[in-house]
Design a protein around this ligand. Structure first.
Ligand SMILES: NC(=O)c1ccc[n+]([C@@H]2O[C@H](COP(=O)([O-])OP(=O)(O)OC[C@H]3O[C@@H](n4cnc5c(N)ncnc54)[C@H](OP(=O)(O)O)[C@@H]3O)[C@@H](O)[C@H]2O)c1
Length: 317
């Protein structure tokens, strides 16, 4: 039987659509290999590219501390900002001993409003800053809860907005003008994979992280012609105080491994999950699961996670 012209056209269109989809996946795979595998050997020389000091917020624990230590290892003098002076001094000593770089500490509670930033402006006034890592972040409760079930929700809302959002915007406002004059600079913003898709039981947290991601991406396009890179980093689980130091495995990274891998991606991408394992997790969530299935799984995973956490706490007692 002879094929009709319509049938042949539809056949051709189908083949073209399939080729497009296959090529798109192959392209994503190649970009992934370049960003997360080849970058281990062909790292951007951050010191040469951006120079000066690195400033890290929330630098005494977890991912922030790991970024600060790794940046010092890569030749940067580091400004550490957090709430606790003793912890700041301890990390500063560690850096000076291990990497023989200079450090400066600023004690600050980022849950404060706009009035806290003149102190930072004054402390950073005379420094040539090449890299800013906006890492500080908090959840509004140590356990995952529905919005209205969060104790002292009024305070929680203010704190999380000030700490996660206001800090990033003000720190950027303070550091960016001099980066523009020097025609080079790197701003790394620690968003989260919870900001890339709905995350029930951590609604405010996820929403602040979505803001961080969009702020970073737009700012990158605004300032890249001035030699500035703004990188949005969206981790999945990293074992830190925030995640109750959960056990590490193929899905959950240590903060040191995470910071090292994430810094390797600078120069390769301005938006990343930071490491191969987390990129694969995002790929699966984005391509294989609908929002309905995903949020159902999150809710069930969270229930299990919260129950396990409570059992762990009881055992410690
Ligand atoms: N861990 C994860 O799985 C994960 C996943 C996605 C995204 N993230 C994001 O990555 C960033 C770092 O998370 P993390 O897990 O490393 O957190 P973490 O272990 O809780 O460490 C937070 C750091 O921020 C400081 N800090 C907390 N509240 C502060 C405040 N109000 N003012 C000043 N400093 C404050 C803490 O030091 P002091 O207590 O000494 O002040 C500490 O150095 C956050 O933005 C988080 O949202 C983490």
């Amino acid at each position: 039987m002879e094929e009709s012209p319509l049938y042949r056209w539809l056949h051709l269109l189908g083949l073209l659509a399939l080729s497009y989809l296959v090529l798109k996946q192959v392209w994503t795979l190649l970009i992934g290999i370049k960003t997360h595998i080849l970058s281990r050997w062909w790292r951007t020389n951050l010191k040469k590219k951006y120079g000066g000091w690195a400033v890290v917020t929330g630098a005494t624990d977890g991912i922030g501390k790991a970024y600060a230590m790794e940046l010092a290892r890569r030749g940067f003098d580091v400004v550490l900002i957090s709430r606790n002076v003793e912890k700041l001094q301890k990390v500063a000593q560690e850096i000076e001993k291990q990497s023989r770089r200079q450090t400066k500490i600023i004690q600050l509670d980022f849950t404060g409003g706009s009035e806290i930033y003149p102190k930072v402006e004054k402390a950073l006034k005379d420094l040539d800053i090449g890299i800013l890592v906006n890492n500080v972040g908090m959840t509004y409760h140590s356990e995952l809860k529905r919005f209205l079930d969060v104790p002292d929700i009024n305070k929680g809302i203010n704190n999380i907005i000030n700490c996660n959002l206001l800090s990033m915007v003000h720190m950027t406002r303070i550091v960016l003008p001099r980066m523009v004059v020097r025609k080079k600079g790197l701003i790394i913003n620690l968003s989260s994979a919870t900001g890339a898709r709905p995350y029930p039981m951590a609604t405010m947290y996820g929403a602040t992280k979505a803001f961080m991601d969009f702020f970073s991406r737009s700012l990158h396009y605004e300032y890249r012609s001035d030699g500035i890179t703004v990188q949005s980093v969206l981790p999945h689980y990293v074992s830190t105080n925030m995640t109750h130091n959960m056990d590490t495995n193929i899905l959950v990274k240590t903060s040191n491994d995470y910071a090292q891998e994430a810094l390797n991606t600078v120069g390769y991408t301005h938006r990343t999950n930071g490491c191969l394992s987390h990129c694969l997790q995002s790929y699966i969530l984005d391509h294989l699961l609908s929002e309905t299935i995903m949020t159902f799984l999150i809710l069930h995973f969270i229930s299990d996670y919260t129950i396990n956490l409570m059992i762990k706490k009881l055992k410690v007692k």
